[in-house]
Design a protein around this ligand. Structure first.
Ligand code: UDP
Ligand code: MG
Length: 318
């Protein structure tokens, strides 16, 4: 059977929301005659969520469940959902009823009819506490700058993807915040956003605290680095190392010429500030080059060193 839409829903302790959520999705999909599947990924819930999923999936065979033995995080849950999704369009949403299933038809149309790779929800009128919304603004601004992707709301749980996108990207750690960035750097650049309604959480509690912002920024560094330099670490460390050597060299020339020719009676070289600048830069330079060489050795041994995303082939056997 050809499936139009896969709904991928990661959940952690959301027992009270699941029945209402799946009924709502079913209502929307049935009204549009979509062939759909709902993938509920239970991320090691400690409440009754899995029992609820088992019951729901008996009542409606479009509901499929996967359960982790322990809590691995939202990214892991999404990744497993992406692996299993069979639909032409994959839509992710949070399980806590903050995202509205009523958005499904317009998201689906934007992928199928307008031909976008990704449509990201934008919680324009966000129903969350200020402690969350203010840091989020900063974080979105930085991500826009670094990635060049003009989205107001990178980390909205409600997003739609062309199936090819989710089959070609890997989400791990806490990288779900940067799926548009990962996708863009994998070559999917038709990315847009759609303002979506957002509700306050009805049941249960939020699973992410303020540490999300520190982790979020660290992840942004990691993915920028990995995408740009994972296959050529020496270009990153070597450039910085060269800069350090240059600084060191210029300072050494300067104090050398000064002491030998211009100002013979000056202080001892080892008493001069410039000497310490030169020395520190030299040591840093050596360390950066070492990091670069080690990085190259690791990259060379990586089984992924020659893995590229291929979109088309002609006259070549598949
Ligand atoms: N979630 C998950 N694993 C986790 C934490 C959260 O699958 O370790 C799910 C959670 O159940 C919800 C979604 O990710 O469906 C978003 O989480 P939450 O609503 O707590 O985030 P917020 O809306 O507060 O940003
Ligand atoms: Mg939520």
């Amino acid at each position: 059977m050809n499936i139009d839409i896969s709904l991928v829903i990661p959940l952690y302790n959301e027992e009270d929301s699941l029945a209402e959520l799946t009924t709502w999705i079913k209502k929307v999909c049935d009204s549009k005659n979509y062939k759909y599947e709902i993938l509920l990924i239970n991320d090691g819930s400690t409440d009754n969520s899995w029992n609820v999923i088992s019951i729901l999936s008996k009542e409606n065979t479009n509901i499929k469940g996967i359960s982790f033995r322990r809590n691995y995080g939202k990214s892991a849950a999404l990744n497993v959902g992406f692996e299993h999704a069979q639909g032409d369009v994959v839509i992710t949403m949070d399980a806590d009823l903050q995202d509205s299933p009523d958005e499904i038809p317009s998201l689906y149309d934007m992928i199928i009819k307008d031909g976008f790779d990704i449509v990201s929800g934008w919680k324009k009128d966000r129903k969350d506490p200020l402690s969350k919304t203010i840091p989020t603004k900063l974080y979105n601004a930085v991500t826009r700058r670094v990635s060049g992707i003009k989205l107001h709301d990178m980390n909205c749980g409600l997003k739609a993807y062309k199936s090819e996108v989710v089959k070609n990207i890997e989400v791990y750690g806490e990288m779900h915040r940067y799926i548009p960035v990962i996708a863009k750097w994998s070559g999917f650049d038709k990315i847009t956003e759609k303002a979506v309604v957002h509700y306050a959480r009805k049941h249960g509690v939020s699973k992410f605290g303020l540490e999300r912002f520190i982790f979020g920024f660290l992840d942004l560094f990691s993915i920028t680095f990995i995408v740009k330099y994972a296959k050529r670490p020496m270009h990153f460390f070597g450039s910085l190392g060269t800069l350090m050597f240059l600084i060191s060299f210029l300072f050494l020339i300067y104090i050398g010429v000064d002491k030998l020719f211009l100002n013979k009676g000056a202080k001892l070289i080892a008493n001069r500030t410039e000497f310490y600048v030169a020395l520190t830069a030299l040591i840093l330079g050596v360390q950066l080059f070492l990091a670069g060489f080690l990085g190259e050795m690791i990259a060379r041994n990586s089984p992924k060193r020659n893995v590229y995303k291929i979109s088309h082939k002609s006259n070549l056997d598949e």
